[in-house]
Design a protein around this ligand. Structure first.
Ligand code: PLP
Length: 354
C-alpha cells in the first residue's frame, strides 16, 4: 500500500491543552481509502482534514453499515509518541466489519495508516499531563443505491483529535443507574462489535440516567434482564471479597482492550479474576452484606472509572464508601504509566510511531 500525501496549505493553530476536552479539535490531515468488491482497496491517501461529498443514497445513511475503533497515541517524556496495543484495534475492527458484511482492512495496512497520519501530524499529539491524540478509524458502506444487500463499495477513514485529560481532579467516583428496560445488545446481534448502531440504540437509556442525576447506565442482558453486561460504553469489573469478577464475553459484551489489559495486569499482580455471569441480584446482595469492595468501568477514554454509587429500582447504594478503591487506583496508575511511558512496559503492549 502506497499512501499518497497531499499536505494542507493552511495548517491550523494548535488549541491550548486546557481547552481540549473530547473530540472537538481535529488535526490538519485525514486518511481515506475506497473499496470496491471487484477491485479491493484503492486510492489510499492522506488529504487536508475537511468535509467531503457523499451520495444521498449511500448505504451508511440508510442501513447503518458502519463500524469504528477508538484508540490513543501518547506523548512520552522523551518526546516520542507511542500507541497502545494497536494490533488489537485492527483485529477488532475487522471482527466488527465481518459481522456487518463490510470489507476488512489488512492489519499491517491499518498499522501503517496510523503511523503515516500520526507522523505527518506529529505536532498534534499534545504533551501536557493526561492529554493524548485520540484516533478514530471508521469504515462504512458506500453503495450509491438503496438496495438492501451486503455492500459492494465502502470507505475506510482515519481522523485524529487531540484530547484533554479525562480526569480534571483525579479519579472521581461516578454514579451509575441500572437500566432494566432498554437493552444495548443481545447474543447473536452486534453487541460484540463496535458499530454506530449500538450507540444509537443506547442513547435513550444514557439520557434517562443523566436526567436522574447519574453519569451512565449499567446494562443487563437482553434475555433475562438479570446478568450484568457493561456500564455505558465501558466494560465493568467488581471486587468481591478480594476476588475480581467481570462479565464473560457472551457475544453481547464488547471485548474491550482495556478490559483484556486489566485482566492480564490483575493476574500478574496475583489477583484471581473470574470471567463469568454475574447477576444484578448477586451484586445487590454483595452490596447489602458489605462484600462488594470496589466497582469500576474500563475503556480507552477514561482507562478506569471508579463507580461510587449504584441506583437500582428506586434505591441508591454506595460502593466502597463512595471512595476510590485500592485496586481501582492501582490499575489506573499502572495502565496510564505504561501508556504514557513512565512505567516499564513488561508486557510489550506499546509500539513507537515511526
Ligand atoms: C469501546 C467500547 C468499550 C471499551 O473498549 P476499549 O477497547 O477498552 O476502549 C466497552 N464497551 C463498549 C460498548 C465500547 O464501545
Amino acid at each position: 500500500m502506497n499512501i499518497k500525501i497531499t499536505k494542507t496549505n493552511s495548517p491550523k493553530p494548535h488549541p491550548d491543552p486546557s481547552v481540549l476536552g473530547f473530540g472537538k479539535y481535529f488535526t490538519d490531515h485525514m486518511f481515506t481509502m475506497d473499496y470496491a468488491a471487484d477491485k479491493g482497496w484503492f486510492n489510499p491517501e492522506i488529504i487536508p482534514f475537511g468535509k467531503f461529498l457523499m451520495h444521498p443514497a449511500s448505504t451508511v445513511f440508510h442501513y447503518g453499515a458502519e463500524v469504528f475503533e477508538g484508540m490513543k497515541a501518547y506523548r512520552r517524556q522523551d518526546g516520542k509518541i507511542q500507541l497502545f496495543r494497536p494490533l488489537e484495534n485492527a483485529k477488532r475492527m475487522n471482527l466488527s466489519a465481518q459481522r456487518l458484511c463490510l470489507p476488512t482492512v489488512p492489519e499491517e495496512d491499518f498499522i501503517k495508516i496510523l503511523n503515516a497520519l500520526i507522523s505527518l501530524d506529529e505536532a498534534w499529539t499534545p504533551s501536557a499531563a493526561g492529554t493524548s491524540l485520540y484516533l478514530r478509524p471508521f469504515l462504512f458502506g458506500n453503495d450509491e443505491s438503496l438496495g438492501v444487500h451486503p455492500v459492494q463499495n465502502a470507505r475506510f477513514m482515519l481522523i485524529a483529535s487531540p484530547v484533554g485529560s479525562y480526569y480534571k481532579e483525579g479519579l472521581n467516583p461516578v454514579r451509575i443507574l441500572v437500566e432494566d428496560q432498554d437493552v444495548r445488545a443481545v447474543k447473536g446481534g452486534t453487541g460484540y462489535t463496535k458499530c454506530g448502531g449500538n450507540y444509537a440504540a443506547s442513547l435513550r437509556a444514557g439520557k434517562r440516567a443523566q436526567d436522574e442525576g447519574y453519569a451512565q447506565a449499567l446494562w443487563l442482558d437482553g434475555i433475562e434482564r438479570k446478568y450484568i453486561e457493561e456500564v455505558g460504553a465501558m466494560n465493568v469489573m467488581f471486587k468481591i471479597k478480594g476476588q475480581i469478577i467481570t462479565p464473560e464475553l457472551s457475544g453481547s459484551v464488547l471485548p474491550g482492550i482495556t478490559r483484556m489489559s486489566c485482566i492480564e495486569l490483575l493476574q500478574q499482580k496475583g489477583y484471581t479474576v473470574s470471567q463469568r455471569k454475574i447477576s444484578i441480584d448477586e451484586l445487590i446482595s454483595a452490596l447489602e452484606n458489605g462484600s462488594l469492595e470496589e466497582a469500576w468501568g474500563t475503556g480507552t477514554a477514561a482507562v478506569v472509572a471508579s463507580i461510587g454509587t449504584l441506583g437500582y429500582k428506586g434505591k441508591q447504594y454506595t460502593v466502597g464508601g463512595g471512595k476510590i478503591g485500592k485496586t481501582t487506583q492501582e490499575l489506573y496508575d499502572t495502565l496510564t504509566g505504561i501508556q504514557w511511558g513512565t512505567l516499564p512496559d513488561t508486557f510489550k503492549w506499546t509500539q513507537l510511531i515511526k
